[in-house]
Design a protein around this ligand. Structure first.
Ligand code: UDP
Length: 138
């Protein structure tokens, strides 16, 4: 049964010109791109997106980074999309990411790690709704 997940190509990857290469990896892995857009978000919009991390020591730095330049939010679909995207992304810290993963290839640091992917069904639902309206997903 097909499942949807949410992803972001983060500002570091966009700045370095990796957007198309990352999208190619995603499509090659069998994901269908349901929706995509380019936008820049404010610090407070980044704080709203990452509110679950608000008590973490990296929250201020992370939300400054995420509002530092254009990003590409994405809605992706395939069987087992949530878990499969997490696997394709690799570990949060690229130093620990497996060979062949997007973070191994494109991430620069534990913070500037190229890509976001939802970690569960409820977060995927919240995150898709944070960036896309229903009519963009039909
Ligand atoms: N992050 C960070 N420092 C850390 C852990 C995480 O800057 O020590 C950032 C990083 O950009 C990461 C995001 O916060 O992708 C969300 O953290 P999470 O633990 O949810 O990692 P993910 O699910 O993205 O692998």
């Amino acid at each position: 049964m097909s499942q949807r997940t949410f992803s972001i190509i983060k500002p570091d990857a966009v700045r370095k010109g990796y957007t198309a290469a990352i999208l190619a990896e995603i499509e090659k892995a069998g994901f269908k791109i349901i929706a995509i857009k380019k936008l820049s978000i404010s610090k407070s919009q980044a704080e709203g997106f990452y509110y679950v991390h608000k008590e973490r020591p990296f929250f201020d730095s992370l939300t400054s980074f995420m509002s530092s330049g254009p990003i590409f939010p994405l809605v992706l679909e395939k069987e087992n999309a949530i878990a499969d995207l997490r696997k394709l992304m690799g570990a949060t810290n690229p130093a620990n990411a497996e060979e062949g993963t997007i973070r191994k290839k494109f991430a620069g640091s534990i913070e500037e790690n190229a890509i976001h992917g939802s970690d569960a069904e409820d977060t995927a639902k919240f995150e898709i709704g944070y960036f896309f309206a229903g009519y963009e997903l039909a």
